[in-house]
Design a binder for this molecule. Structure first.
Ligand SMILES: NC(=O)c1ccc[n+]([C@@H]2O[C@H](COP(=O)([O-])OP(=O)(O)OC[C@H]3O[C@@H](n4cnc5c(N)ncnc54)[C@H](OP(=O)(O)O)[C@@H]3O)[C@@H](O)[C@H]2O)c1
Length: 354
């Protein structure tokens, strides 16, 4: 059995990690931290964990040395700007103890390799540059071999996960133009985290639908970085997010221009062949489209492709659960790989249908 620490158990991704770790066959959550709720039991915070051993775990304040001593893997479910120093402190404490500790960071602090780009988009000075170089981008379908050897994994963002998985086969097979990609993305409100803010209040969100951050959302450079690596070419694209009046889920509709006159069957085959060995990606039959409710609470990314013959466009749609595939279950998949466990251990959930 491996031991895990969770820094930031009170947030939405922390909650989702706690839920998933209850049923993980080979990882036990042994340290859970929060600044606000230390001293309480996990079940006081999350009554759905009453009756589980994890419910009795006492929440403590984050201490890097204790985390390094007690844990084989530590999940950082805390804001960007804070995670970078916490990760460095844990890795340095582990080095002092001559112990192997893996860190899976759910924030954006280690995702963007170009420090100036990170600082420009996030408005934060990066204090841990050497760890940015060392970290591995944790998109399991693309980087599994590097993740297996990593001690610091930059868990991908939620929108980037849905966008990159949707575009990967098209870019790898060079069937779309690189200068005409528009990602129209929609997310449920849990994507903004659990902290109180007026734009995510019930009355602002419910029975409403609106764009935000057009042309300047922080996930843009992350998506461009990863897609440029896949295409072996610099990609600049439009990423346009919207806020849905639902709790969880992301749906992207990605508009691209085909390089030549492809038939629907050609593209369908490219997508099915590309993802055929990937258990968490489901390419839907032609004519069917992803829906957020059919991926809810799961690791699945559902993808559909549509050739619009009239406009020569390839329209890609993808759906994930932002808290599960877009954060916490993806973090658990990364933990499995870094610890040498089976990829599917503890994350093979059937979606929570209505
Ligand atoms: N929500 C999503 O869909 C999603 C998806 C992918 C990635 N992420 C990323 O995952 C991370 C967590 O997101 P979330 O949505 O779970 O956030 P959240 O709901 O706002 O929770 C944030 C957590 O961080 C702790 N925290 C806040 N400020 C802190 C500080 N200065 N120092 C230490 N701990 C602090 C909070 O606990 P206390 O205040 O009790 O200490 C809380 O547990 C973020 O970096 C986010 O960008 C989120």
């Amino acid at each position: 059995m491996y031991t895990a620490g969770l820094v930031g158990i009170t947030g939405y991704t922390g909650m989702e990690l706690a839920r998933a770790l209850v049923s993980h066959p080979q990882i036990n959550l042994t340290v859970a931290t929060s600044r606000q709720e230390q001293g309480k039991k996990v079940a006081d915070l999350y009554p759905f964990l009453r009756g589980h051993a994890l419910g009795n775990l006492e929440i403590s304040d984050a201490d890097a040395k204790e985390l390094a001593e007690k844990c084989d893997v530590v999940f950082l479910a805390i804001p960007h700007g804070v995670a970078m120093d916490t990760a460095a402190q844990i890795l340095e404490a582990a080095e002092n103890l001559k112990k192997s500790v893996k860190v899976i960071d759910l924030s954006a602090d280690f995702r963007i390799k170009d420090i100036a780009t990170y600082e420009q988009w996030y408005g934060v000075t990066h204090t841990q540059k050497k760890y940015v170089e060392e970290s591995v981008y944790g998109l399991i379908e693309i980087n599994a071999e590097a993740i297996k050897k990593a001690r610091l994994v930059a868990n991908p963002g939620c929108y980037p996960t849905a966008s990159i998985l949707g575009l990967y086969p098209a870019l790898k097979n060079k069937i779309i133009k690189l200068d005409d990609i528009v990602i129209d993305a929609k997310s449920g409100t849990s994507g903004a985290g659990r902290k109180a803010s007026v734009p995510t209040l019930f009355c602002e969100v419910q029975d409403n639908f609106r764009p935000y951050g057009l042309g300047k959302h922080r996930h843009t450079p992350e998506i461009e970085q990863e897609l440029s690596l896949i295409a072996h070419n610099d990609i600049t694209l439009s990423f346009n997010p919207h806020l849905l009046p639902i709790q969880r889920g992301i749906l992207t509709t990605i508009y691209t221009k085909l390089t030549q006159d492809y038939a629907q069957e050609d593209i369908q085959k490219i997508y099915e062949d590309t993802w055929k060995d990937c258990p968490f990606i489901r390419v839907l039959p032609a004519g069917q489209f992803p829906e957020t409710r059919y991926v809810r609470g799961s690791m699945f990314c559902d993808i559909a492709v549509t050739v619009d013959k009239r406009t020569q466009r390839l329209i890609i749609t993808s759906a994930i659960d932002n808290l599960a595939r877009g954060a916490s279950l993806q973090a658990l998949a990364n933990a499995n790989l870094t610890l040498g466990l089976p990829l599917k251990a503890g994350i093979d959930h059937v979606p929570l249908c209505p």
